[in-house]
Design a binder for this molecule. Sequence first.
Ligand SMILES: *Cc1c(COP(=O)(O)O)cnc(C)c1O
Length: 338
Amino acid sequence: MTTLARFPRVRLTQAPTPLEFLPNITRALGGPQIYIKRDDNTGLALGGNKTRKLEFLLGDALARGATHIVTQGATQSNHVRQTIAAANKFGLKSTVLLEERVSGAHSDYYSNGNVLLDQLLGASIETRPSGLDMNHELIAVGERLQTAGERPYLIPGGGSNAIGALGYVASAQEILQQSTDLGLRVDHVVHATGSTGTQAGLVVGLQAANSNIPVLGFSVRAPREKQIDNVRKLARQTWDLLDIRQPFDDEAVRVNANYVGAGYGLPTEGTLEAIRLLARHEGILLDPVYSGKAFAGLVDLIRQGHFRHDENIVFVHTGGAAGLFGYRDTLQPQGGVK
Ligand SMILES: *Cc1c(COP(=O)(O)O)cnc(C)c1O
């Protein structure tokens, strides 16, 4: 197995996260056997997939003597929340840029959920209107902090560069080890794909281990071809960082973009149904931006008869339930109990 030992790393995750069978939703949908990889339970300030990437990103930041972490995301970014928490744990300051990427949102979107937690965790928070080049904004803030005597470390949106993707190489290795321990033949791995680090890391981790388990990313934003290009680009960079001799097989990157709906951060009817289905059958909380959309895609493909009954699917739960509170109006149209 490809070793990650030579990369600086801090420990933030209670690994391995559980890999569990979901009997009730499997029965309710009457299709393939559904398993879940609980990467929503990574254990840092409500957890989620960014925590794995941050193990390597914070490791690199500390190795470089950084004093201040800078990152960016949408207003309800789970990545931003987890990044602030990770920086706090290692005594680093943080400045975060929240992009108003979702139009027409209700007031909870700007004040509750991840925003509330960002404020509680205590970063310096700046907002940006949509339509700017956020990487450019990130660099500008880094320069400003440098002038002020800080040693800034810039983390791209979603923590998705080759260093961050190593976190999902590690997750792929866990899935392989756990499936061996359980005697489970995994036929498909499925998950939500956005800034691409999760899928790039999973695909690279599996391929590096000579596993040919197909990974399907459900896009939450970009059209299919664009998302495939983006994932491939990062997967190749991650492959190079790992210094693997044989060439990377591009064909391993598979994306379905049929469940994005009206756009990023805008849940569809299917998303809301998926959130309720998993909550009611398994007591597991999905989110309205990422995991709910991906699970909606999985549910629809199952209903279309896309999978055989004896196939085993691993749904990677990437977290995000903190975002539910930013979508109160959408999720609770009749109001509360009083
Ligand atoms: C960021 C995020 C994703 C997408 O992962 P990427 O690595 O950005 O593709 C999926 N689910 C949740 C809950 C997220 O916060």
